[in-house]
Design a protein around this ligand. Structure first.
Ligand SMILES: *[C@@H]1O[C@H](CO)[C@@H](O)[C@H](O)[C@H]1NC(C)=O
Ligand SMILES: *[C@@H]1O[C@H](CO)[C@@H](O)[C@H](O)[C@H]1NC(C)=O
Ligand SMILES: *[C@@H]1O[C@H](CO)[C@@H](O)[C@H](O)[C@H]1NC(C)=O
Ligand SMILES: *[C@@H]1O[C@H](CO)[C@@H](O)[C@H](O)[C@H]1NC(C)=O
Ligand SMILES: *[C@@H]1O[C@H](CO)[C@@H](O)[C@H](O)[C@H]1NC(C)=O
Length: 619
């Protein structure tokens, strides 16, 4: 009897106690069960007789449901079998007409379209690594990105022919083979690929082409605008692809779901989480060239989309569209992404109905991630006992003035107390490795923080400031240093200043982001000094930034100073400039604003300032 009541007490009372005192206990457990399941699956794959890769998962899906639609794009649908056959054709064409060998790297320069996926699969079948170039980059930046990964072959979309032609002489000097996904084109030195693909057989590529691939082999290079300089190529190896593609599964996406991909496939979110995640599960993908707020819900209705991806701004853009009667008429049940602000989140749910929002935090090249699986508004995720055992991460004190972690008398870092903002660092282990950046040992080393809690230890420095609370929720606060976000993209301030100082009349440039009411992220602004006896030329500057920088990275405001202030450690002073912003009444220097339609920078006025602040002029 006593035993029985003890048993009863345990079974009935304990869960009650847990619910009252640890309200997130069951959610934590449930989430960890999913993680553990994913890990067991992962262990089986990695310890099996034959190695298992992302491509093998794709083959499994093709065998399981060959006729199931895999990619829906505009008016075309490709089943799993058709996708595989298309990829075989691309692979056969490349095998026959290029010098590509297993182990080589090819660069893919293409927007979101089915050919992107066919070509990636083809290169994977041939045992090649693939650099996913951002199709917005041009000229100097394009050459830089291409040069990062040691590629011998560039495969470009037909609509990017002009951009490739611009850099063709430099590529030819490096003996690069340039393919264009077109049937014909007139420039000497570029090779058409589409005609060869259409003529090729769809016979499978023998598995032996991949016989030397291991989990450590680089699979893709994904470019990140880190904290300094030009974009860096983060090396994503096969192991990481396998782990990262599980984000959709662990968040409850099933084969019945239809996933909407409008984020660029050259970024980790679109490529790994969206595309590879869907491959893992065997869902149908609705692929779009790019995000369109006005088409978004019509697409979701037309294709019965159930899962969407976002970056913070996307949900805000959706909330900014004019209200419609059918706003809640759709089948979307889950939104996965990062960077949404709590107020936008609420507005989104109020307007578009009962959608589960799963916010996650992760860096492309990092070795740590969080998912907000409890759905607490504002939190990026939860510190979970087991998760913390698996991934040893900590928030440490950071000195934002000196721009470095605080060290104690022994030279070690200091953990912040709960509730205080700190720099997120994560120990580099076999389980949580950091592959670094391609051909950039210096930048790789910069992301590694040593002697953190013990002499000789090594941590990945995320460069992100986070805060945790007493309920173990973790909140994203800010990015350290030299990048800001605008229109959902990271802008590296040093990259922009490098471009500005190429101009004859610019002496120095200090680039930073300024918050604007009603806009997510920060708008780009540059404080510049002019060379002696030179004048500011708005038109020339406009043409220059328009040809070197994607739209989101072009500085919107220019502030002309007689000299730039430096900190004690010879870094440019940004804080004061950021605080002063772009109000003509506050800023004592000449100010200019970029004008797209006039293709120049025009003088900034109080009138324009009022229009921006009142929201009647959008930036
Ligand atoms: C694998 O590596 C061996 C030894 O380096 C080499 O002989 C062989 O050609 C490689 N196979 C492929 C498919 O690359
Ligand atoms: C969407 O779902 C509806 C009702 O379940 C169905 O009639 C329609 O054919 C579906 N559309 C697509 C494109 O699958
Ligand atoms: C919202 O959806 C979830 C699951 O999708 C369901 O459990 C819940 O009852 C729904 N809430 C409302 C208010 O419809
Ligand atoms: C976490 O999830 C909930 C609901 O799904 C959401 O309301 C909350 O804002 C999320 N946290 C963050 C940072 O976005
Ligand atoms: C740019 O110029 C056009 C035409 O002069 C004007 O209508 C528009 O408001 C200007 N935009 C900005 C941002 O100043």
């Amino acid at each position: 009897m006593y035993i029985f009541s003890a048993f009863l007490a345990t079974v009935v009372v304990l869960p009650l106690v847990i619910n009252v005192y640890f309200p997130y206990f069951w959610m934590d457990c449930l989430y960890m069960v999913k993680i553990i399941r994913a890990l067991i699956k992962f262990a089986r794959r990695t310890m099996g007789k034959r190695l298992f890769f992302v491509l093998d998962k794709f083959y499994e899906q093709v065998a399981k449901h060959p006729e199931k639609p895999f990619i829906i794009f505009e008016n075309e649908t490709f089943s799993y079998r058709e996708t595989d056959a298309k990829a075989n054709k691309v692979a056969q064409a490349l095998k026959r007409h290029s010098r590509l060998q297993a182990g080589d790297t090819a660069a893919l320069y293409m927007g979101n379209e089915p050919a992107f996926i066919f070509t990636w699969l083809a290169l994977e079948k041939l045992g090649c690594s693939v650099a996913l170039l951002n199709h917005n980059v041009r000229s100097k930046s394009l050459l830089h990105c291409f040069g990062c990964c040691g590629a011998k072959v560039l495969i470009a979309a037909a609509d990017l022919t002009d951009a490739v032609r611009e850099v063709l002489p430099a590529l030819q000097e490096q003996d690069v083979t340039v393919f264009v996904m077109a049937k014909e084109q007139s420039t000497q030195g570029m090779v058409t690929l589409l005609d060869k693909v259409e003529a090729a057989s769809d016979e499978p590529i023998p598995l032996s082409a991949r016989s030397n691939i291991t989990l450590k082999s680089p699979a893709v290079y994904i470019y990140t605008s880190g904290t300094t300089g030009l974009p860096k190529a983060a090396v994503v190896n096969q192991h990481r692809l396998l782990i990262a593609m599980a984000v959709l599964t662990t968040n409850g996406v099933t084969p019945k779901d239809v996933v909407y991909i409008n984020l660029p496939l050259y970024h980790a979110a679109g490529f790994i989480i969206g595309f590879l995640g869907s491959t893992e599960i065997g869902t149908t993908i609705v692929l779009r060239r790019k995000f369109s707020a006005s088409q978004f819900w019509d697409d979701c209705r037309k294709y019965n989309v159930t899962v969407i991806q976002y970056i913070g701004e996307i949900l805000r853009y959706l909330c900014n569209t004019p209200k419609r009667d059918n706003d809640r008429d759709h089948k979307v049940r889950l939104a996965i992404g990062n960077g949404v602000r709590a107020n936008v989140w609420k507005e989104f749910l109020d307007r578009f109905g009962n959608i589960t929002v799963r916010e996650f935090y992760a860096a492309t090249e990092g070795n740590i991630g969080f998912v907000n699986y409890t759905g607490k508004i504002g939190a990026a995720g939860r510190i979970n006992f087991l998760h913390k055992k698996l991934y040893s991460y900590t928030l440490i004190k950071y000195d934002t003035e000196k721009d470095e972690p605080v060290r104690d008398s022994r030279g070690l870092c200091v953990e912040v107390p709960v509730g205080e903002t700190g720099l997120l660092v994560s120990r580099i282990t076999r389980f949580a490795p950091f592959s670094g950046y391609a051909r950039n040992a210096q930048q790789t080393e910069k992301k590694v923080l040593r002697d953190v809690f013990q002499k000789g230890d090594a941590y990945f420095n995320t460069g992100d400031l986070l805060r945790s609370d007493h309920d173990n929720f973790i909140y994203f606060q800010d990015r350290v240093g030299d990048t800001y976000r605008w229109k959902g993209e990271n802008v590296a301030t040093t990259e922009v200043s490098d471009v500005l100082t190429m101009l004859d009349f610019i002496e120095e440039a200090n680039v930073y982001g300024v918050e604007v009411k009603g806009h997510e992220g920060r708008v780009g602004m540059a404080a510049v000094t002019l060379k002696k006896e030179e004048q500011f030329d708005g038109g020339t500057m406009f043409n220059h930034v328009a040809s070197y920088l994607p739209a989101y990275a072009r500085p919107r405001f220019i502030r002309i100073q007689s000299s730039l202030e430096l900190t004690g450690t010879f870094k440019q002073m940004k804080l004061k400039l950021v605080q002063e912003g772009f109000g003509p009444a506050v800023v004592p220097d000449p100010l200019f604003i970029l004008n797209e339609s006039q293709k120049t920078y025009i003088p900034m006025t109080e009138e324009i300032n009022k229009m921006i602040l009142s929201g009647s002029m959008k930036l």
